[in-house]
Design a protein around this ligand. Structure first.
Ligand code: M6R
Length: 605
């Protein structure tokens, strides 16, 4: 998704903006640009392609105030003309935008009928023209009035040639954070962009505008009411978001998992674990709502919560949940308010945010499992279970997947204990098991060289299947997602029992099957499924726990996981499949941290 940054201070704005934009590369983009206040007005520099393409074309500039943008095309193809900033007819107003404007086509045709010439295919270009129309000497007021004319999602930043030193920014749905330095201020879509310069940040809320100079920050709403910024200190640093010697962020983040699990584990699960909401009420049902990898964590959570608490759990794609029919309380049948658990690494995923809103409107209690404390999701739910994986830069979710599953296990154990489904000694045993996770994950990481060799044997596949049963099924889905997003090989995750209902027709020596062999009550059934695969001469790779004789009998290609309680297998198998996907993609020479067409935070619907 697009990234926006802004700087007002006494430093070299072009350098700072380019550096900050590079920190947002993980969001995905196809072009970049900056606008600067210079002696004779605004200058705009923008280019299709990597940030370095724009950077290399930059002349030496000494500006101290400016805005910068990485564009992820939604309206109009990637091109120099469609890159941001977009400007008004005079070139005095420059706007950068993350989000989509729903009514831009109507606005644009009205303006074109009035003789205004448009130079891009973007929805954004209506904004500088609207601001120009409303400008009467006061930039903040002009931006506020212009935003009254648009509908949709946005985080924007605006410069006006007649207001040197000033940046006006605003947000509705798309994220925006302010950074507070010494004699300098920043804005950005995400804190990693500015953490090199400051760890003191404040989050802009929906419907708010910010007027920023080197010395001042003023936050106001659409009615003009002023709000004091609530400044927070980030608990992670620039070094935390650096690659630290690894070839890719993804690899670094895979190796950070033991620490992430350690930092996210709560000291005890006997007492309240959700910040802001007690769970001491009769929970009739739980819906887990999320997208992508977070959804797969939710599917793992479902098994564990249902096993431990007998509370029925359904898992929904956020993009479906947000349009599901409203819950009807027919004849008082809903005797207890449902609990909706929203899972999101970023806390900025548009569909998950909309789902949270719908859940609250429908009268559900909402809890977020989220890795970003100040995110939109964290601030729009009743309670929060924060994970502490640190910033995740690689587009492929890795460490946040593991801590999301850990958070769901903690929730399951807490719910079971508080409902007297398990007693104190059982609770303590669970706590002990969860404390072993970093150790087990560490053991998988030590087996990287075996996984690398096996990965090399998969690169020529025409298609791959990942199969599993019970807790192995969501891990199969996640293994397939990880592989396809970073290696561009086609892969599908399937419940192993479903193979013979269709996909078996596709098996051949060119379609490897990766089986996740949990040592649980479904193991014997999975062994039968693996036999079916072997009989079709499809190469079989098995992810199995130490001592799994069936795995060794059926295949020479086995990734051995440490022997743990089978309920912890999603963690160890999850890491093995992350490494497998990583090494396949590496062998194929893919752009692992920034896969094509994808964005880290999906802030549009
Ligand atoms: O930030 P979120 O957890 O809400 O993101 C959800 C998905 O977009 C995300 O998990 C996506 O599927 C990842 N790229 C998968 O690796």
């Amino acid at each position: 998704m697009c990234g926006i940054v802004g700087y007002a201070g006494s430093g070299n704005a072009p350098q700072i903006l380019v550096e900050a934009l590079k920190r947002l590369e993980y969001r995905g983009y196809d072009s970049s640009g900056i606008a600067l206040h210079e002696k004779n007005g605004l200058t705009i520099h923008k280019k299709q392609g990597r940030i370095t393409v724009m950077e290399e074309a930059l002349p030496k500039l000494a500006a101290t105030v400016g805005i910068g943008h990485t564009r992820w095309a939604t309206h109009g193809e990637p091109s120099d003309a469609n890159a941001h900033p977009q400007v008004d007819s005079s070139g005095d107003i420059a706007v950068i935008h993350n989000g989509t404007l729903e009514n831009y086509a109507d606005l644009r045709s009205g303006m074109e009928a009035a003789g205004i010439k448009f130079n891009s295919g973007t929805d954004t270009e209506v904004l500088p023209h609207l601001i120009e129309r409303h400008y009467d000497g006061d930039l903040l007021t002009a931006v506020r009035t212009a935003l009254g004319d648009v509908t949709g999602a946005y985080a924007i930043a605006v410069l006006h040639a007649a207001h040197p030193g000033e940046i006006v920014a605003a947000r509705n749905e798309s994220p925006l954070v302010i950074g507070f330095g010494e004699g300098e201020h920043f804005i950005a879509s995400d804190a990693p962009a500015i953490v090199k310069y400051t760890q003191r940040v404040a989050y802009v809320r929906n419907g708010e505008l910010v007027c920023l100079t080197a010395d001042s920050v003023e936050i106001s709403d659409m009615a003009g009411n002023i709000r004091e910024p609530e400044i927070e200190e980030l608990d992670w640093s620039f070094e935390d978001s650096e690659r630290g010697g690894y070839a890719h962020y993804m690899l670094k983040e895979i190796f950070e998992q033991p620490r992430a699990l350690q930092e996210s584990l709560l000291p005890t699960l006997a007492e309240a674990i959700i910040d802001g909401l007690d769970l001491n009420w009769r929970i009739g049902s739980i819906s887990i709502v999320a997208c992508g990898t977070s959804l797969h964590a939710g599917m793992v959570g479902k098994y564990v919560i249902e096993q431990l608490t007998a509370i029925p759990v359904n898992v929904c794609h956020a993009s479906e949940f947000r349009y599901s029919p409203p819950v009807q309380n027919v004849g008082g049948m809903l005797s207890a308010r449902p609990l909706v658990v929203l899972i999101s690494q970023s806390g900025e995923t548009a569909d998950t945010l909309a789902a949270a809103r719908v859940a609250r409107q429908q009268g559900s209690h909402t809890v977020a499992i989220c890795n970003v404390g100040g995110s939109s999701l964290a601030r729009n739910v009743d309670g929060i279970l924060l994970t502490h994986a640190g910033p995740e830069i690689g587009v492929a979710a890795t460490k946040t997947f593991l801590v999301q599953m850990q958070a769901l296990y903690m929730l399951a154990v807490h719910l079971a204990y508080s409902r007297k489904g398990i007693d104190l000694p059982q609770l303590r045993r669970w706590e002990q098991e969860l404390r072993k996770l970093p150790h087990y994950v560490g053991q998988v990481l030590e087996r990287r060289s075996v996984i690398t060799k096996l990965a090399n044997s998969l690169t020529q596949a025409s298609s791959l299947f990942f199969i599993g049963r019970n807790l192995g099924y969501p891990i199969a889905l996640e293994g397939a997602l990880k592989l396809k997003e970073i290696s561009y090989l086609h892969a599908e995750g399937y419940p192993a029992g479903e193979l013979k209902h269709g996909p078996l027709a596709l098996l051949s020596p060119q379609t490897p099957v990766i089986a996740i062999a949990s040592q649980d009550h479904t193991h014997a059934k999975l062994v039968s499924n693996m036999e079916e695969v072997a009989a079709r001469k499809a190469p079989l790779l098995v992810v199995a726990q130490e001592g799994d004789a069936d795995a060794l009998r059926l295949s020479e290609r086995v990734i051995t996981l440490p022997a743990s309680d089978p309920v912890l297998m999603p963690f160890t198998a999850g890491v093995a499949l992350q490494l497998l996907a990583y090494h396949v993609a590496e062998e194929l020479g893919c752009d692992i941290d920034k896969p094509r067409n994808l964005a880290k935070s999906v802030t549009v619907e």
